[in-house]
Every structure is written in C-alpha cells, then in structure tokens.
Design a protein around this ligand. Structure first.
Ligand code: KG4
Ligand code: ZN
Length: 336
C-alpha cells in the first residue's frame, strides 16, 4: 500500500510516496535555504509563500515519477489502478511554523478529500525517527536520539506506536546551538553543515568548552554557546575558527553520544537510532559508527537526505502509527 506524505513544517517543501512504510517509490523536495540565507534564518511568512508557489508543481512531478496521473476530476475516478493503490494522505501538522504547516495541511486535506482517502496527521519529531524505517530492517524496541533545529530528545520506542521522551534539552536545541555558534563565527545560515565542514580541519582539543551540567538524560546547550562567545571576546574576535568549531562540535557530540549510550545500557536495549538534521553531522555519525563496529550496539542512521526534513519520513510514520484525522484538524507550533 502506498502512503502519500507531505512536509512543510519549516523551510523544505516535500512530498513522497512510500510503500508499506519502508520503500521510497518517489519523492520531491525543494529547500528554501538560499531564500533565507540573506536573512540569516528562516522568515516564516516568506517560507509559507514559497511553499504555496512550489507545492502543486512538486506533487505533479512526484506523481509523474511514480507513473501516476493526477487529473481532475478525482472524486469517483479511482478506477485508475495506480491511484487506487494509495492508502492514505499523511501530513505533518506540528511542531513547526504555523503558517508553513497550514500550506501542507490544506494541500493534504484537499487531496484526501479528492482521492477519498483517510487523512493522517503526523508529529514531526516522531516522523524524524521513522526515517530510519526506510530501506531498513529496524523494528522496535529501540532508543532514539532526535537532534534537530528545534528539538533534542532521547526517546524510547517500545513499539511502533508507543514511545516516551526520557530526556530533552532544557534550553537550546543542539541544531539551534550549531546555528548560533556558526553565526558567532561568521559562517552564515544554516550553521550546522558549515561547522561540520570547518571542524574537520580544526583541533577538537584546542578549547576546553564545557558540557552542560544537567542531571540524567536532559541536556543544556546555552552555557556552551556562551562559553564560545566569551572565548571570542577574550581574544577580541581573533581566534582560529576551525579550532573553535571543532572544540564546540566535540563538546556537543560528546554529551549527545554519552547520554544516548547510557540510556540504551540502562534499558538493556541494543538498538540505537539517530534522527533529525544534526544526525547528518559527520563527527556524530562517526562516533556512532565506531560504537556499532565495536559490536554491542546496532546503530541506525538515515542517509543524509532523510536526516533533514523530508516527506518520506512522514509517510513512513503514518504507515506505522498514523491515526485518521478529521478534515477540520489544525496545526500546532510546539510539542507537548
Ligand atoms: O531536522 P531539521 O532539518 O529541521 C528541524 O526539524 O529543525 O534540522 C535542521 C538543523 C539545523 O539546525 C541545522 O544547522 C542542523 O540541523 N544540521 C546540522 C548538520 N546538517 C544540518 N548540524 C550539524 N551538522 C550537520 N552536518
Ligand atoms: Zn525537522
């Protein structure tokens, strides 16, 4: 069964068709990074308008790639064998930017109505985790480290539908810390990939930046950001930026790695899943690869294209745990 996924929670417009939650049949994505670069961050109103501009064209391209034809009238015209294969229309309805979420949600509602298929509303964070089901044999139970621009969480998935948040950031999200420190270093937006690249040429032990001192499985990254700022001030802004980037990255990834592994050990689980934009970070991926190679734990990480926002993860989340939503459902900006 094909699930159609739609994602517009921030600055990526994306749609995808996924078979049985695991196989990506076709997908289209337009990133607005270049549009928002000039502003140093995502401008919600601009993002929403841009989603509107590209949404229909992307859908058409995706259907064409899957050899499906989406022509009007749709209602009652489901004889077309391929369209009949679509089981549901899934869409992220939060957390994210309300204005951008509503563009995707309006599109999803229209399609669900026109195709006479159920509408499934999907949580963006849960969807990031489900990116790991695509082209993989992953099954619950597992521990997930979700690291994105807005969230940093350690989650326990006891089944496809049941999960609990065991720890989270008390202030900045890890991606947010990457973006803020990148701005301090004059690296522009988005900061994560820029720090990743620059850090590869720096010395991670050049500066001794503190890990946030928080009990248990929670995190804090705002002190680390301040420490980087103080270092810049103390050196009147004249620092080896590669060394600062490498030392900052080391401090963030060290604590993410340590707490995730501690959690898996305490729960007696040997499957660890990475998810979200920061899971694209090469140093973080290397740490978990080495752990995986050591044998005790099996680590799952999506390919880079499925770490950042995409629609395949939305379709997969809907297949494994989606609940039919009324066409009146709204969007929400923050998680519970
Ligand atoms: O999951 P995502 O695409 O969007 C949200 O749901 O927030 O994550 C975006 C975040 C940004 O903060 C970006 O700087 C960060 O992921 N990011 C990275 C890398 N690629 C993206 N952070 C560190 N290293 C990377 N390679
Ligand atoms: Zn995201």
């Amino acid at each position: 069964m094909l699930y159609l996924g739609i994602e517009t929670s921030c600055d990526e417009t994306a749609c995808a068709l996924v078979e049985d939650g695991r196989k990506l049949i076709s997908g289209r994505l337009v990133s607005q990074t270049e549009v928002h670069k000039a502003f140093g961050g995502v401008v919600p109103e601009v993002a929403a308008r841009r989603h509107l501009e590209v949404f229909n064209g992307l859908l058409n391209e995706m259907f064409e790639e899957a050899c499906l034809k989406l022509s009007l009238p749709l209602r009652g015209d489901n004889e077309n064998g391929l369209l009949a294969q679509i089981g549901a229309v899934a869409c992220t309805n939060g957390p994210g930017l309300i204005g951008t979420l509503l563009v995707g949600l309006a599109g999803a509602k229209t399609l669900a109505w026109a195709l006479e298929k159920p509408l499934l509303a999907v949580d963006h964070i849960q969807a990031h985790v489900c990116a790991n089901y695509i082209d993989s044999d992953l099954e619950p139970p597992f521990v997930a480290l979700v690291v994105s621009g807005g969230h940093t969480q350690i989650m326990h998935f006891s089944s496809y539908k049941e999960f609990a948040v065991l720890g989270q950031t008390l202030d900045d999200a890890s991606g947010e810390a990457y973006d803020k420190v990148a701005r301090l270093l004059g690296l522009g937006y988005p900061g994560g990939p820029a720090i990743d690249k620059l850090a590869a040429t720096g010395n991670p032990r050049a500066y001794n930046f503190p890990e946030g001192r928080v009990e248990g499985l929670n995190f804090s990254f705002s002190g680390l950001k301040t420490a980087v700022m103080r270092t810049m001030e103390n050196h009147s802004g004249v620092v080896n930026t590669a060394d600062v980037a490498a030392s900052f990255q080391d401090a963030v990834n060290r604590v993410l790695f340590k707490k995730t592994v501690n959690c898996a050990r305490e729960l007696g689980l040997n499957r660890i899943v990475l998810a979200g934009g920061v899971a694209a970070n090469s140093d973080l991926r290397r740490r978990f690869s080495e752990l995986s190679e050591a044998g005790t734990y099996r680590v799952y990480r999506p390919p880079l294209s499925l770490c950042t926002d995409n629609a395949a993860m939305v379709a997969s989340a809907a297949f494994f745990s989606g609940v039919p939503a009324p066409l009146s459902i709204g969007a929400y900006s923050r998680g519970a």
